[in-house]
Design a protein. Structure first.
Lengths: 425, 426
């Protein structure tokens, strides 16, 4: 992988992969919902939507088809630490993809009519999410676990902010954060790295750097006691979610907790873009056996995301029909107590490592997935945090997992959420 | 580069399709049996689905825990999927694990033990999943649409998971009989794509399945499909939800219909291209009414559906349906343009390398090609098949499939029909 920084501060990562006649371009910005404050929650995600609506040199009605004519796909997403845009298409589209990303960085329009039209699209997206009780519980659990840090509000934003934000809020935010010195451009595919870098320079060098964007400085105070919430709403199914403040990606505990999660619920890998589309191998995992095999839950899922600052490790379970949530919670916490008390075995660690190694292979099967990983880690930390993943996984020991479990699963670090359905009608 | 897969018919009737790639040191296995939910016996919809939940929970020589350990220790997730016509076991493993993993899958397919305690446990999960579906507007809208488009017990109209009452009553004997009746070598195709050469794949598949001998089974017969006459509108009230899901559809076309490619291209223009085609331009981009709106053409052995789906605020349901009506009226009356046809064609042809980038995607493509008998060179011929479609053919496909006066429309969500929208045929 080649790493370069342009004079304007743009970080460029290029990796040649000649396995298919394709290229994937991702442009990452260090801005996500943690950079928002009350009044403009959801602005990062809304800006992402606006940045597909034409630029000074790409008329609004010509956006459609720019990548499709190369058989390509495009997309974008926003989360707590990052906003990113991608195109994957045949390699001859490389110059077109770079042109689009340079335009997106510097010359988006934010036409007032488009801002209004997108307001209702995003509110529709929010309401669609509220239709899902598990997603609703996740949102409420996160808001309860964090009382100060801006990880507490949902990336899509609170409804009242979406209803009242103005075009100037959006455009001002775009101009502050969409500067080359706050971005990473990633190219992976059937390209010549020297030529690709020349084309990057051609498209991006004239974009001036901006100031260093403001960052919210609030850190989450240590949690001093268990927190609980219960959503009582009409529904058919009961959901349990338990969250613990977890290590950030650069914390020494991160990889031990990743292995711990593999022991508890099966390894997910590290790719937010692809890992979670395939369920983990988990039939022999501790919580699967304790909850699903005992008939208390129909499924259980653990999630540790690589994040810039300490986020949450969550375990989610869907109660089987007529099973009280308290029974699911009790069985779950018993297992977590057991791992704190007795740690894990060498055989469990060996299996967890084998799973994680396999997931790293499986998640590197396309230029799109490879490019995602390089940009994701460079944005939340440094790309080295990803490149070193195999050695950091190998270095995890039974003792380091046990110690990490005891720190993580302290009762005072816990937030418990119930979705307890009321009868419909 | 064309895929050029190798196809081998084994002496017992099973089929292997293999393709060597070296992108990653991994192998995708897609093992499909022609035993999808269309084969559910009368009165037992959901039997195949329950079988799919229990099949990998024990064999003659392995307990459920043994199987779990064999898979988990290699980092493998085995997904068992049920479509209308196929029962599929799909996984990706490291290349070094290919032989033991295929042996395990073969054991699961040929010699499942279907233990009683596993059936009881898995039934509980299926019932919970059915309860979740009951609270999901998108699922309710889609299942209601399919039931209306394919009435009277047609296999395409039945819910794949069945109902709670039926699932509770299913027995181990029924599962054993169904497995015996529908699983056979001649109904089985193993697709192997990845870092294993074709001759080794052939040897391993032959070794695993060689001892499996059963006479060929009769094909699953799907009754004729008759498009419902007139326009039909149904509301599934779900007042505990924030947003409504609209499912709007038609009985469309068979996969082997000569007009399939014209229909595919037409649908791409109508509800796929870029961000939802013409539908997306109108309902999302111009009116800002929906986060998602698109149409999907699911051509199958019998006439599959063309279904339009949108998630909209309850206040916008009527306007969204009127907009879909408007787009259908326009495409039927005026047709698509040559420019639109060319753009969609260029996109679909250009997307083939991307669609066939990963082992799992290639395996799925080859399994589909085998099922519909599209030929080993289907990937190479596909550009010409799309290239041959004329504007007249695409517009004829629109007129054949789309008709606002014969649409079936389902709304599931926090919506109550107003005085102008009486339920039932209108």
């Amino acid at each position: 992988m080649r790493r370069t920084t342009l004079d304007n501060g743009l970080t460029v990562l290029i990796q040649e992969e000649h396995t298919a006649p394709l290229a994937s371009v991702w442009c990452w910005y260090r801005v996500g919902s943690k950079d928002e404050h009350p009044g403009i929650t959801g602005v990062s995600h809304w800006c992402e939507h606006m940045n597909f609506k034409g630029t000074e040199n790409i008329p609004r009605d010509q956006v459609k088809g720019l990548i499709e004519q190369y058989g390509g796909s495009w997309n974008g997403y926003t989360w707590i630490d990052q906003t990113t845009y991608l195109e994957t298409a045949t390699r001859d589209a490389l110059d077109r993809m770079l042109f689009i990303e340079a335009e997106r960085m510097a010359r988006c329009l934010y036409h007032p009519d488009d801002c209004e039209s997108e307001r209702t699209v995003i509110i529709s997206e929010l309401q669609g999410g509220e239709n899902d009780p598990d997603q609703l519980l996740d949102q409420e659990l996160t808001a309860t676990a964090f009382k100060a840090h801006t990880y507490r509000h949902p990336t899509i934003g609170w409804l009242s902010d979406l209803q009242t934000m103005t075009r100037d809020d959006l455009y001002g935010y775009y101009r502050r954060y969409y500067v080359p010195n706050n971005a990473t451009l990633v190219i992976v595919g059937d390209v010549d790295a020297d030529e690709a870098l020349r084309r990057v320079d051609h498209h991006f060098r004239s974009i001036p750097p901006g100031g260093n964007p403001d960052r919210i400085r609030t850190a989450e105070p240590e949690q001093t006691g268990e927190r609980r919430l219960t959503i009582r709403k009409e529904g058919t199914t009961a959901y349990l979610k338990v969250g613990y403040h977890a290590p950030s990606v650069e914390d020494a505990d991160f990889y031990p907790v990743l292995a711990l999660d593999a022991v508890l619920t099966g390894a997910k890998g590290l790719n937010l873009w692809s890992s979670f589309r395939v369920p983990p191998p988990q039939r022999s995992a501790r919580l699967y056996r304790a909850l699903v095999e005992r008939g208390l839950a129909s499924c259980v899922f653990g999630a540790l995301m690589p994040t810039a600052q300490p986020f949450l490790y969550t375990v989610s379970a869907t109660a089987t029909d007529n099973t009280p949530l308290a029974s699911v919670e009790s069985a779950l916490l018993d297992e977590l107590d057991r791992v704190c008390r007795d740690g894990i075995t060498a055989a469990e660690l060996a299996k967890a490592k084998a799973q994680l190694r396999a997931r790293l292979v499986f998640d590197s099967d396309s230029v799109t997935n490879i490019a995602h990983q390089l940009g994701y880690f460079e944005t939340i930390a440094k790309v080295d945090a990803f490149l070193e993943a195999p050695s950091r996984i190998a270095a995890v020991s039974v003792d380091s997992v046990g110690a990490a479990a005891r720190r993580l699963f302290a009762a005072a670090n816990r937030t418990v959420g119930y979705f307890d359905p009321l009868p419909i009608g | 580069m064309p895929l050029n897969p190798v196809r081998v018919a084994l002496p017992n009737g099973a089929t292997l399709v293999a393709k060597h790639t070296s992108t990653t040191p991994a192998v995708a296995i897609n093992l499909a049996i022609r035993a999808g939910s269309a084969a559910d016996p009368a009165g037992q919809p959901g039997l195949t689905w329950l079988l799919s939940r229990v099949l990998d929970r024990g064999t003659a020589t392995r307990s459920a825990a043994d199987i779990a350990e064999e898979l988990d220790s290699r980092g493998i997730t085995l997904t068992i999927a049920v479509t209308r016509h196929l029962f599929s076991l799909v996984c990706t493993c490291l290349a070094d694990d290919f032989e033991p993993v295929l042996a395990l899958l073969g054991d699961i397919v040929m010699r499942p033990s279907l233990p009683d305690q596993e059936i009881t446990a898995r039934k509980r999960e299926v019932i919970t999943a059915i309860r979740q579906d009951e609270d999901n507007p998108a699922v309710r809208a889609n299942e209601t649409l399919m039931a209306l488009l394919y009435p009277d017990g047609h296999p395409y109209g039945r819910p794949t998971k069945g109902s709670i009452e039926i699932v509770e009553a299913l027995t181990r004997d029924q599962l054993i009989r169904h497995h015996a009746a529908r699983f056979a070598p001649a109904a089985t195709t193993a697709v192997v794509v990845g870092d294993v050469d074709s001759s080794r794949a052939r040897d391993v598949v032959a070794q695993v399945f060689d001892g499996w001998r059963k006479p060929p089974l009769p094909e699953i017969v799907v009754p004729p499909t008759i498009a419902p006459p007139g326009r039909h509108r149904t509301v599934v009230p779900m007042m505990n939800k924030a947003q409504a899901d609209v499912a709007y559809g038609f009985v469309a076309i068979r996969r082997r219909d000569p007009q399939y490619y014209a229909s595919w291209l037409m649908n791409n223009v109508f509800g796929q291209y870029s961000i939802g085609g013409r539908l997306g331009d109108n309902i999302r981009e111009r009116q800002g009414m929906a986060y998602y709106v698109s149409s999907a053409l699911d051509a199958n052995v019998s006439e599959g559906p063309l279904a339009i789906r949108a998630g909209v605020s309850p206040a916008n349901v009527d306007r969204a349906i009127a907009s879909i009506d408007q787009e259908i009226t326009a495409i039927v009356a005026d047709g698509i343009t040559q420019k639109e046809l060319d753009e969609s064609r260029r996109y679909l042809v250009g997307s083939i390398p991307r669609a066939l980038e990963t082992n799992a995607a290639i395996a799925n493509f080859l399994q589909t090609a085998e099922f519909f008998d599209l030929g080993l060179d289907y990937d190479a011929r596909l550009p010409d098949l799309l290239g041959a479609v004329t504007l007249d053919e695409a517009n004829a496909a629109a007129r054949r499939i789309l008709d606002v006066n014969c649409a079936t429309v389902v709304i599931a969500g926090p919506y109550v029909d107003g005085p102008s929208g009486a339920e039932g045929r209108s």
